[in-house]
Write a protein that binds this ligand. Sequence first.
Ligand SMILES: [Zn+2]
Length: 289
Amino acid sequence: MKKKNVILPALTLAFLSSFFAISILTIKFNQPIKNLVKAYVIRYSYAYLEPEAQKDLEINIIPLDQVWEMLGKVNQDRALNDLRQLTGEDPICIRSGCYTITDRLSGSEGLDWAQDYLYENLVNMGYSVEFHSWSTPDYADQNVIARKQGVLKPTEEVYFVAHVDGARSYDAHFPAADDNASSVVNGLELARILSNYQFKRTLVLFFSSGEEQGSKGVRAYLDQLSSEEFGAIKYVVNHDMTGYDDNHDKVMELFHGGHPPSVGLTQMMSEIIGIYHLDLVPKVVVGCP
Ligand SMILES: [Zn+2]
């Protein structure tokens, strides 16, 4: 591929470890977590937490053997194989056949194939997977949502979000590879590894569409939730444009909206990157890029 310096493995590790650390916070230290998060803004790399979560994030994070074991299972070849299929470098193949993706615009055939690929793979991993259809006057598409039920608190959910749709490509090659097939393959690799573990809370891998038109898929999803379902969302980490380091500085930007608990979550993720030697330079950033 043209862009050679793909840093997917390190970024996948970062998201993997952040998920696991979030789970561990309550298991390891037995901290009471009540009404931690109401995920609201899921644009770019925002994370949002309720104020009660703040003290939970002040705990020192201790590296754990199980996390090292999980990190060791990240497979770069597998992730790159997904990336090549999602960007038309190789045909994308599902049970019904193969197709070469030329773009993943919302409403496009290419995005349909990408979503079917996600659906089949996630089902085969044992996740409970659903399509959530949405429409606006201008656009219609669907989100792919995979769940793995938590063992101790199944009604509390931890979300990892990545948009599958892409903007129109002016380069005929590798459509929307960094923005945002890179994060979609992170999500798939996370799904593969985490499928072999049990967690306290329910894991939700949310592959959205309509992001390039204003996060339409995510907004439609949030709008149709009941207040109880909305309250079940405890943590949200959205990843976007995570595959291409154009200036080779290894900086991973962790965006938050300035809300103190969200600042705490991004700082925690920053610490995790250091503790697990992920070969990234975390940079906490306020605002929206
Ligand atoms: Zn994006």
